[in-house]
Design a protein around this ligand. Structure first.
Ligand code: ZN
Length: 373
């Protein structure tokens, strides 16, 4: 069956203001020649372009989608916040959170970004497609109900899940967030609920600086249904696959979801300017295989990936291409030009043994975790 690829050129037109890395320009911070936040359209546009060049796009069902409606957004975000966001967007843009600026029309673009995720989830749950990838931009996993942050303006995945639930398409959803930053928004939105399992693998104390602790397991009915896997800087291919195999996949088996959603960031890749991990395109490809196998076993293969971060314009396209090759089974490949270099740069055996010990600790911690609420 088909793999859907949901994208829209307008998502690439979201403008993020004038920053250098995450620093507003001015004073001693010189504007970059290219301008704008590291959350630039180029990482995403270049992924789509690479897929066009190799022919992979031709093996997918390419779609756009309607923007999420105000009523759909309001299942996650307070109406006052949405009103303020829309007004500021109509008046030329601004910033309603932490260094997460938007320009004229930013509200409509963010609603479209959420709409892509929503349509992907709906299509897979209805059985119109086997699985799907939403090239959403702006991203969503950091956004709190009334506070945009970390370049995320609306909580795309949470909105998509709430719409699917309201339409009676699913009961239990597992969200695995392998963006290198903590999925603090998704965690917060579902923290007291047992109908959405949230798991975040992230570089410890990267962004946000003070969230994503292992001890944060959810509360009330949601106790035990939030899982944070904070990994030390320098984790590479082996540590990521190990954490997935030994912590994430067993938890998925226990939870038995109707749908698996991946918050798919590529900023754990070795060339990312906003993190310090050593994952490769093959790491993302192998993790995709892992979650596809889990989805086949648990929920008829129902799997949706929603694009989050990833800031290496040169490397993200190869990571994304590998993921989409796996999802679709397409033979249109784009060999990773950095594979050999990154293989040699992976953590040495001593550091990998240390990381395995860290993951052993986490396995023990979660085995002794509190009874679920
Ligand atoms: Zn990120």
């Amino acid at each position: 069956m088909t793999t859907g690829f949901f994208w829209d050129e307008r998502c690439f037109w979201h403008s993020g203001g004038n920053y250098a890395l995450t620093l507003p320009v001015g004073g001693l911070v010189q504007p970059l020649a290219a301008g704008g936040l590291p959350e630039s359209p180029e990482t995403k546009r270049r992924l789509k372009n690479l897929m066009d060049v190799t022919g992979l796009s031709g093996d997918l069902k390419l779609c756009s989608a309607d923007p999420a409606t105000p009523d759909q957004l309001a299942r996650v975000h307070p109406r006052d916040f949405l009103r303020e966001f829309k007004e500021m967007s109509d008046q030329g843009g601004g910033d309603l959170g932490l260094r997460t600026p938007f320009g004229q029309g930013g509200f409509e673009i963010a609603a479209l970004s959420a709409g892509l995720a929503q349509a992907a989830v709906r299509a897979v749950l209805r059985g119109d497609m086997q699985n799907a990838y939403a090239l959403s931009r702006p991203p969503g996993h950091h956004c709190l109900p009334d506070w945009p942050n970390g370049f995320c303006l609306l909580a795309n995945i949470a909105i998509a899940i709430e719409t699917a639930r309201a339409e009676g398409l699913c009961q239990r959803v597992a969200v695995i967030d392998w963006d290198v930053h903590h999925g603090n928004g998704t965690e917060a939105i579902f923290y007291d609920r047992d109908d959405v399992l949230t798991i975040s693998l992230h570089q410890e104390h990267n962004y946000p600086l003070d969230t994503g602790d292992m001890a944060d397991r959810g509360q009330g009915k949601g106790l035990g249904y939030n899982m944070n896997i904070p990994l030390p800087p320098g984790c590479g291919h082996t540590a990521y696959l190990d954490a997935m195999a030994r912590i994430v996949l067993p938890e998925l088996d226990k939870y038995a979801p109707d749908l698996i959603v991946i918050a798919c960031g590529f900023d754990a890749a070795a060339f990312d300017p906003l993190a310090r991990m050593m994952a490769t395109a093959d790491t993302f490809r192998q993790m995709t295989r892992q979650v596809m196998r889990a989805a086949e076993k648990l929920c008829d293969g129902k799997l949706v990936m929603v694009h989050e971060g990833g800031y290496s314009e040169a490397y993200v396209p190869f990571c994304g291409h590998g993921v989409l090759e796996e999802l679709s089974g397409s033979a249109k490949s784009a060999a990773d030009p950095m594979a050999e270099t990154l293989r040699k740069r992976q953590p040495n055996a001593r550091f990998d043994a240390f990381l395995r010990g860290e993951i052993d600790e986490m396995v023990r911690f979660f085995a002794s975790a509190p009874e679920k609420g």
